[in-house]
Design a protein. Structure first.
Ligand code: NAD
Length: 499
């Protein structure tokens, strides 16, 4: 007998509950098209119940000692480590990326959990003695209340872990809305978070799409929203939630460029470029999707193509170099953009459209694809392809390369490959992109720092994790105090407000 497809639960007030929704969608293995589970589009009442439970829990959670909060995350990081293989297998099944990439996805989230465990050193105020005679001023960083997170499909472990651990460690309660395309590993991480000791109501999860996201944007009891996803949806979330008076941070789409100077270590530069362009099938917001070859570096194209050709495409569980795209629709979109690149006159040096994978005839596979002769007015340059497609541009000088990047509206990440310190320094100083790699292809900062995408890739001024997120998830309260201990002065009437 055929087994019933499991349903993904909501988490409301500490209970994993079945949704009453009439609208569900399938979660599909991108390598096989097997239906793994069904996820509900939560009802308005269920979103309301999740927010209400978070609001109630805030009253006691905000007063929970900082050490008690920190110890939950110490335990949580241990549980994630112990379940690493199981989590990675689940992630690969529903998202498609290789097992090695899945472990990387979880590990980068785990680092944020470790950071949350050191909250005692992070959520600190300031103190100035004698700002006037006998008057002191100090600040406290107080949690906001109910916060919410909306996450994309491409890092279903790391990005939820960018959000709820830091929000909860700072004393807030949370409502998470994971990607409806791959919520299963996120839910397993949420189960482990409860096992680590997060109390009922402090973390809640609702599933859904547009309607649930809009309900979160509008809800008067939600004080702040972290969003990671496409520029189209992020811009909508930013405007809608800001109008409703919320604090909002949106990390969005990208078009990341690498500059390759002819003095670069050729072997290393081409290896790194190949990994950063095609790894995770190009479904990374920090993927390098454009390489600007300067001067003689343009003669390296055949070697780059040879390296890309040697990459193995396959089902993520077999640990190839790259797995399938998330959905049939994503595969169609990437293929049609490749068609458009050809039609617009770019040279398709390597074509991944017809790639075949033994044993997986139905997978959403696209192989590494490379275009040379790309110009900045082409659709393949202007759109975020979010697939394994690398566009090559050629220029004569570093200045021209920098000008191209600075004219692109996105500002998530960029890199330069060179052995010249002077060129690297000029790049670092003049490039208008928030995250810069120098001989480092995907410069995602570790959680001691913050994720600092910029310009069209970000709305809101504070980034996820690191020091910035402490400010995002707290309100600075400034206290100015005077204690009288002098009998003579206590009799005086003060009529001015000058200190
Ligand atoms: P997406 O914008 O389609 O979805 C993100 C979230 O928004 C999901 O939870 C989804 O349910 C919700 N959503 C989708 N359509 C909506 C609508 N019309 N109204 C309201 N909510 C809606 O993004 P995705 O395809 O899941 O993820 C890929 C995108 O995310 C890429 O553009 C990538 O660059 C970006 N991304 C950015 C970063 C970063 O840090 N800058 C990191 C990862 C991914």
């Amino acid at each position: 007998m055929k087994q019933a497809v499991p349903s993904v639960k909501l988490l409301i007030n500490g209970e994993f509950v079945e949704s009453h929704s009439q609208q569900w969608r399938d979660i599909i293995n991108p390598a096989t098209q097997e239906v793994l589970a069904r996820v509900p589009m939560a009802t308005a009442g269920e979103v309301e119940a999740a927010v209400a439970s978070a609001k109630t829990a805030f009253a006691s959670w905000k007063k929970t000692p900082i050490g008690s909060r920190a110890r939950i995350f110490l335990k949580y990081q241990q549980l994630i480590r112990e379940h690493m293989k199981e989590l990675a297998a689940l992630l690969t099944a529903e998202q498609g990326k290789t097992l090695a990439d899945a472990e990387g996805d979880i590990f980068r989230g785990l680092e944020v959990v470790e950071h949350a465990a050191s909250i005692g050193n992070l959520q600190l105020g300031e103190y100035a003695e004698n700002v006037a005679g006998g008057v002191d001023t100090y600040t406290v960083q107080q949690p906001l209340g109910v916060c919410a997170g909306i996450t994309p499909f491409n890092f279903p472990a790391m990005i939820p872990l960018w959000m709820f651990p830091m929000a909860i460690a700072t004393g807030n309660t949370f409502v998470l809305k994971p990607s409806e395309q791959d919520p299963m590993v996120t839910m397993r991480l949420v189960e482990l978070a409860l096992q680590a000791g997060i109390p009922a109501g402090v973390l809640n999860v609702v599933h859904g799409g547009e309607a649930v996201v809009n309900a979160i944007c509008d809800h008067p009891d939600i004080k702040a929203i972290s969003f990671v996803g496409s520029s189209r949806v992020g811009t909508h979330v930013y405007h809608r939630a800001s109008l409703a008076g919320k604090r909002v941070q949106c990390m969005m789409g990208a078009k990341n460029h690498a500059i390759v100077l002819p003095d670069a270590n050729k072997e290393q530069a081409l290896n790194q470029l190949t990994g950063a362009a095609f790894g995770a099938a190009g479904q990374r917001c920090m993927a390098l999707s454009v390489a600007v070859l300067v001067g003689e570096a343009r003669s390296w194209i055949p070697d780059l193509v040879a390296k890309a050709k040697s990459l193995r495409v396959g089902a993520g569980k077999d640990n190839p170099d790259l797995g399938p795209l998330i959905s049939c629709a994503a595969r169609e979109r990437v293929s049609s953009l490749i068609n458009q690149g050809v039609a617009e006159g770019a040279v398709l040096e390597l074509d991944g459209r017809e790639v075949q994978v033994d044993g997986y005839p139905d997978g959403n596979f696209v192989g590494p694809s490379i275009f040379s002769g790309v110009s900045t007015d082409m659709a393949i340059y202007q759109q975020e392809i979010f697939g394994p497609v690398l566009c090559l541009l050629a220029v004569d000088t570093l200045e021209e390369a920098i000008a191209i990047i600075n004219a692109n509206p996105n500002g998530n990440g960029t890199a330069i490959f060179t052995q010249s310190g002077a060129a690297a320094r000029r790049f670092q100083e003049d490039i208008d992109v928030g995250q810069v790699g120098i001989n480092v292809p995907i410069p995602v900062p570790v959680p001691l720092f913050s994720f600092t995408g910029s310009r069209g890739s970000k709305l809101g001024d504070l980034g996820p994790y690191g020091k910035q997120v402490i400010l995002f998830y707290t309100q600075t309260k400034t206290v100015t105090s005077r204690w009288f201990d002098d009998e003579a002065s206590s009799g005086k009437v003060h009529t001015t407000i000058s200190l």
